[in-house]
Write a protein that binds this ligand. Structure first.
Ligand code: ACK
Length: 948
C-alpha cells in the first residue's frame, strides 16, 4: 500500500478544525504503549444540534485510482455518560471534496460542497480491565473514497454530538509491487479503478534471459499479482538461479549451448571451457569436433592405421582384408579408403617406380568410403606389382593436417599362364592323411621348378613341398572333407589355380584306409620338368574358394560379389559354381515347374562319393541368351554361400543341354505349402525352430551384404528334419518369377505383401527391408501358411500399412513372437532389429520356453477391441460369407448359435467358434482368420472415410 497522506506532516499540521469545537489533545493509549500521542477530540454530548467539522489539507491523488481512508479513533458510548440521552450520538460522518488544485486559503468552508462517504460507527468502545475498570478501546475503520478523478481532494469529518477522539487518519491506495517471476521483472502497477477488471502487465526478461512466450502477469484490485503467463529462459552460457528470479553464468569447465532453463553441462570428454558463461567447450589439443557433432559429444580424433592388412589373389579377383584400427579415435563413423599404386621395376638409382593404378581397376563394393573391412579388386593386370594402401578415416579425419596413417600391402599378380594341373587323384587316405597325385602336362610352357603344398587346418595353415607329381598331406582330421586348389610355379611365375577338388579323410578307425579315387577334368598336365605345385587346402567349414588363406585367425565373413559386376556373367558362373559332368546326374521325377523349366528330383552320383539327393532345375529348350544368363545367375549367387540354412548349390551343367542347376534336395518342399498341409500339427517350439533356421540363413546373408528382396515362406525349403533353408536367389534383381510380385508405380515388380514400405515406395531394398519380410514369414509360419492380409487388395495393403495397421497375432501365437513381428514392421527401417538380434532373441525364447506360454488366443485381445469396431451396415449375409470361405457346412451352426449378422460375428472368439460346433482346428483357424480379415477391411474402409 502507498500512503497518500499524511506525507511528511508533523503532529500539528494535518487536520484543521473548522468552525467547530474539535480540539487537539495529548492522550495515552495502551495500543501506543501509553506513549503520549496527539488526538483530535470532540465531546459535546450534552448539547443538542452539534455540527463540528475537521478537514484535511489538500491531498494529491498521485497515481491512485481507488483511494482508501483508514481512521483510528476512540468513541464513548452514550450509556457510559449519565444524563445525556437525547443529545448524545455514537457516530461521526466522513466527507470528501475533489479539486484539481488546493483551494485558496481564504475560501469559505461550505459543507454542501462535500460529498458524504459514510457514517462511521465504532465497533468497540470499552473493555473491562482486571480491576473492573472500563477502558476506552481504539477502533479502526477503512472506507473507500471516490472514485477520485481530479488531481487531489480534501477529507472532512463531521461530528453531530458524539464523544470522539480521532487518533490517526491514513489515506492510501493499493498497488501490485514490482516483482520477479519466471525470469521476468514486472514493474509496480496500480490496479484498475474498476475492481472487476485486471491490469495486464508485460514483464521484461532479466539480464541473460530471453523471451520465449511473452511473460505476463495481471494486477488485481487488491494489489495482488494473478495469472502468470509465458516465461523467459536463460540465454546460452547461463543457467537459472534463485527460483527463476535470475540467470547466472556457467562456471569454467561447464557450458550451455542452447537457451533454456536447463543447468549448465560439464564439458564433454577431451574438451574444456576456461571462461565464465561458456557456450561451447573447446576441444583439447589433438582432438576435434566434426561439423555435425553435437556440442555435447566428446571431442574425438582420427583413427590409427588399419591393422593386419592381408591379401589373397585368385585367377580373377584380388581380395584385401584388414582389421579395424586399435584406436577408433572415440568415434563410430569409421570408413576406409583403399588407394592403389602400380610399382613396376626400378629406375637407374634402384628406386622403385610407382604410378597411380589404371582407372579401370574395379573395386567391389568400391575403393573409397568403405564401411566394411574388405574389398575385392577385379580387372587387374597380370605380372604386376600393386601396392595397396588402406587408410582408416572418421568424421574428424578431414580436420587434421597431419600425415595420414596408412597400412600397405604389395601384391604380385603374375601368373605364368593358365592352370597346369587339372586332374588330382586321391590315391588313398587315412584318418589323418590324404595321398594325392597328378599327371604332368605334355608340353608345359616353361620349366616347372617344384611343388609346394599348402594346407589349412581351421584358420591357420602349414605347408610342405615336393618335387614329384604326388604328395601325402598328413596331419589332417578324420572324416573331414577338404577342398584342394592346385597351382604350379614355373620359371616364369605362378600359373592359375586348378579347379576345386574335394577329398575326405578316412573315418576315425586306424584299420580303414580309403582307397577311393576321384576323376576330374584335365585342364593341363605337367611336363617332365621339376615343378612346384601349390596345393591349397580349405577347410570346408570356412567357405568356398573365396575364403582368405591367412596365417592368422580370421574372423571375417566373405563379402557377396554381385554377378552383375562381371562383364561376362558366364565368368561369374565359372567362378562360383562347379561344372558337373552330366552323366553323374540321375533324374528320377518331375516335382514342380519353375519359370525357366521343370524342377526334378534325383541323385548326384559322383564316383568315389556317396550319392546325394538333389533337386535339378532345368532350363527348357528354345531359350534365349538372356534367359540362360538369368537362369544361371541364381547359381552364381548361390555358389557363393555356404551355410546350413541356405540351400546348397552342388553345381551346374552349362557345357551340355539341358542347362541345369543342381541343388541339395529338400524332402518337404516349400515351407508355405508344407505348413498348409500340416495345419496345427507342430508345437510352438518346432515352429520357432523353423524360424530360427531362417534367421540363421538370413544373418549369414546380411553379414555378407546380400539383400534377398523376396524373402517369403514360399521361398524357404524344408528338409526331412524340418530344417528350413533360404532359397530362390535369382530373383533378387528382377522378381519376374514370383507370382506374388506386382508392378509398382516405379515400374519394378515387387511382392507387395512381403515388402517393406520404403522398398515399395522408393526401391530402397536393404537388410532392414529383408527384416520386414522376415516378420511376414514369421506370421506365415505361426498361422500355418495363411496368406498375409488375407483377401485384401495390394493397394489396400499399402494404404493400411501407411495408416499404421499391422497384422494381428495369428491364433495361438505367443505374445513375444507377435511383438517381434511388430518390431520387424517398424515404419522407420533403422528401428527394426537386425537378423543377428532376431536370432539371439529366438535363442533366448528357446532356452526359456515359458516365455512362449502367453498366447494371443482370442480375437478380442487384438489391438482393435470390439468397442472400437465400426458400426458398419450389413452388406453381405452370414451365408454369403461362409460360402466365400468355403465353410458353408457351418451355416446352421451359426444360425443356431444366434449369429445372424456380420455385426454379431465380428466379436467372436475362438471359444465361441468351438462352442457352436466347429471342431476341426483347420476350420476354426480359417473362420477366425476370415473374421480378422473382415475387421481389417472394415477398419480400412473407416480410415478412408468411405461409407459402405
Ligand atoms: O512346394 P514344392 O514342392 O517345393 O514345389 C516347388 C517346386 O519345386 C517348384 O519350385 C520344389 N523345389 C524347388 N527346389 C527344391 C529342392 N531343392 N528340393 C525339393 N523341392 C524343391 C518346390
Amino acid at each position: 500500500c502507498r500512503p497518500l497522506w499524511p506525507l511528511g506532516c508533523t503532529s500539528q499540521c494535518p487536520l484543521t478544525s473548522l468552525a467547530s469545537r474539535f480540539s487537539l489533545w495529548s492522550r495515552q493509549l495502551s495500543e501506543f504503549q501509553n506513549r503520549p500521542i496527539h488526538t483530535f477530540q470532540v465531546c459535546h454530548v450534552m448539547e443538542p444540534n452539534q455540527n463540528n467539522w475537521l478537514r484535511s489539507g489538500w491531498i494529491q491523488r498521485q497515481a491512485a485510482q481507488r483511494v482508501y481512508v483508514e481512521m483510528r479513533f476512540t468513541l464513548r458510548d452514550c450509556n457510559s455518560i449519565p444524563w445525556v440521552s437525547g443529545t448524545c450520538k455514537e457516530t461521526f460522518n466522513l466527507f470528501y471534496l475533489q479539486t484539481n488544485e488546493p483551494l485558496p486559503a481564504a475560501t469559505r468552508f461550505r459543507p454542501s460542497d462535500y460529498s458524504k462517504v459514510d457514517t462511521i460507527a465504532a465497533d468497540e468502545s470499552f473493555t473491562q480491565t482486571d480491576l473492573g475498570d472500563r477502558v476506552l478501546r481504539l477502533n479502526t475503520e477503512v472506507r473507500e473514497v471516490g472514485p477520485v478523478t481530479q488531481n487531489g481532494f480534501y477529507l472532512a469529518f463531521q461530528d453531530v454530538g458524539a464523544c470522539i477522539a480521532l487518533v490517526s487518519v491514513k489515506v492510501f491506495y493499493k498497488r501490485c509491487p514490482s516483482t520477479l517471476r519466471n525470469l521476468a521483472s514486472f514493474p509496480d502497477t496500480v490496479p484498475h479503478m474498476d475492481s472487476s477488471s485486471l491490469v495486464e502487465v508485460r514483464g521484461a526478461c532479466v539480464e541473460n534471459a530471453e523471451e520465449r512466450d511473452t511473460p505476463k502477469l495481471y494486477c488485481g484490485a487488491d494489489g495482488d499479482w494473478l495469472v502468470p503467463l509465458g516465461h523467459c529462459i536463460c540465454s546460452i552460457g547461463h543457467e537459472e538461479m534463485d527460483a527463476s528470479r535470475a540467470a547466472s553464468s556457467c562456471n569454467p569447465g561447464f557450458f550451455k549451448a542452447i537457451a533454456g532453463n536447463t543447468k549448465c553441462s560439464k564439458c564433454p570428454l577431451h574438451s574444456s571451457s576456461h571462461d565464465q558463461a561458456g557456450t561451447l567447450c573447446h576441444c583439447d589439443k589433438g582432438f576435434y569436433r566434426a561439423l555435425k557433432d553435437p556440442t555435447t559429444m566428446a571431442c574425438t580424433r582420427p583413427p590409427s592405421a588399419p591393422r593386419n592388412l592381408v591379401s589373397l589373389i585368385n585367377d580373377t579377383a584380388l581380395f584385401l582384408r584388414w582389421m579395424p584400427p586399435s584406436d577408433l579415435g572415440g568415434r563410430k563413423d569409421i570408413t576406409y579408403n583403399v588407394l592403389c599404386q602400380r610399382c613396376d621395376g626400378s629406375d637407374g638409382d634402384g628406386m622403385t617406380q610407382c604410378e597411380a593404378c589404371e582407372p579401370d581397376l574395379r573395386f567391389i563394393p568400391r575403393a573409397l568410403g568403405l564401411t566394411g573391412t574388405s574389398v575385392a579388386i577385379l580387372d587387374f593386370a597380370s605380372h604386376t606389382n600393386y601396392t595397396f594402401h588402406v587408410e582408416a578415416m572418421n568424421g574428424v579425419s578431414g580436420l587434421v593436417l597431419s600425415a595420414r596413417l596408412l597400412t600397405n600391402v604389395t601384391v604380385n599378380t603374375q601368373q605364368a599362364g593358365p592352370a597346369l594341373v587339372g586332374i588330382i587323384n586321391k590315391d588313398w587316405s587315412t584318418q589323418d592323411s590324404i595321398a594325392l597325385s597328378w599327371s604332368e602336362m605334355e608340353q608345359p610352357p616353361s620349366e616347372i621348378v617344384e611343388y609346394e603344398v599348402k594346407y589349412y587346418e581351421k584358420l591357420s595353415y602349414s605347408s610342405t613341398r615336393t618335387k614329384s607329381t604326388s604328395v601325402v598331406v598328413t596331419g589332417l582330421r578324420p572324416s573331414t572333407v577338404y577342398v584342394f586348389h592346385v597351382r604350379a610355379r614355373t620359371a616364369a611365375g605362378y600359373t592359375a589355380y586348378s579347379s576345386n577338388f574335394e577329398f575326405e579323410t578316412a573315418a576315425d578307425d586306424p584299420d580303414i584306409a580309403d582307397q577311393g579315387q576321384v576323376l576330374v577334368m584335365v585342364t593341363a598336365s605337367v611336363g617332365g620338368f621339376s615343378l612346384l605345385v601349390i596345393l591349397t587346402l580349405f577347410l570346408l567349414i570356412t567357405g568356398s574358394v573365396l575364403t582368405f588363406c591367412l596365417p592368422v585367425p580370421f574372423s571375417g565373413i566373405k563379402t557377396y560379389v554381385d554377378p552383375d559386376t562381371y562383364e561376362d556373367p558366364t565368368q561369374a558362373v565359372e567362378e562360383f559354381a562347379k561344372e558337373i559332368v552330366p552323366s553323374y546326374i540321375c533324374i528320377e521325377r518331375v516335382i514342380g515347374a519353375g519359370e525357366f523349366g521343370e524342377v526334378c528330383s534325383g541323385y548326384l552320383r559322383i564316383p568315389g562319393r556317396m550319392d546325394i539327393s538333389v533337386a535339378i532345375k532345368t532350363l527348357k529348350g528354345g531359350y534365349m541368351d538372356q534367359h540362360r544368363r538369368d537362369f544361371l545367375r541364381e547359381a552364381s549367387i548361390m555358389g557363393q554361400f555356404n551355410n546350413p540354412n541356405i540351400i546348397r548349390l552342388e553345381g551346374v551343367v552349362t557345357n551340355s543341354r539341358p542347362v541345369m542347376i543342381v541343388v541339395e534336395y529338400m524332402e518337404n518342399g516349400a515351407l508355405d505349402s508344407f505348413l498348409r498341409t500340416r495345419d496345427g500339427q507342430f508345437t510352438v517350439l518346432q515352429l520357432v525352430g523353423m524360424l530360427r533356421g531362417i534367421a540363421v540363413g538370413m544373418t549369414y546373408l546380411s553379414d555378407m551384404g546380400y539383400v534377398h528382396r523376396d524373402l517369403a515362406a514360399r521361398n524357404i525349403l524344408v528338409d526331412e528334419n524340418l530344417v528350413c533353408k533360404v532359397s530362390d536367389f535369382g530373383m533378387s534383381r528382377v522378381l519376374e518369377d514370383d507370382s506374388e510380385a506386382a508392378y509398382t508405380t516405379t515400374g519394378g515388380k515387387i511382392p507387395i505383401r512381403w515388402t517393406a514400405p520404403e522398398a515399395i515406395a522408393y526401391g530402397k531394398f536393404s537388410s532392414a527391408s529383408d527384416i520386414w519380410s522376415y516378420g511376414i514369414v514369421m506370421w506365415e509360419v505361426m498361422s500355418y501358411g495363411e496368406r498375409p492380409y488375407w483377401e485384401m487388395s495390394n493397394q489396400d495393403v499399402i494404404l493400411s500399412i501407411d495408416e499404421g495397421y499391422r497384422l494381428p497375432a495369428p491364433m495361438g501365437c505367443p505374445v513375444t513372437l507377435h511383438q517381434l513381428m511388430l518390431h520387424c514392421w517398424q515404419k522407420e527401417w533403422s528401428q527394426r532389429p537386425r537378423f543377428n538380434e532376431v536370432l539371439s532373441f529366438l535363442d533366448k525364447l528357446t532356452i526359456n520356453p515359458s516365455s512362449l506360454l502367453t498366447l494371443v488366443n482370442d480375437v478380442q485381445s487384438y489391438s482393435h477391441s470390439p468397442e472400437e469396431l465400426p458400426d458398419y451396415p450389413l452388406f453381405i449375409s452370414i451365408g454369403d460369407w461362409l460360402d466365400s470361405i468355403k465353410m458353408s457346412q457351418y451355416k446352421n451352426n451359426f444360425l443356431a448359435g444366434g449369429y445372424t449378422t456380420l455385426d454379431s460375428i465380428s466379436t467372436m472368439s475362438i471359444e465361441d467358434i468351438r462352442r457352436i460346433g466347429v471342431c476341426l482346428i483347420g476350420h476354426q483357424r480359417r473362420i477366425i482368420s476370415s473374421i480378422q480379415s473382415l475387421r481389417l477391411q472394415l477398419h480400412h474402409i473407416q480410415q478412408s472415410g468411405f461409407q459402405v
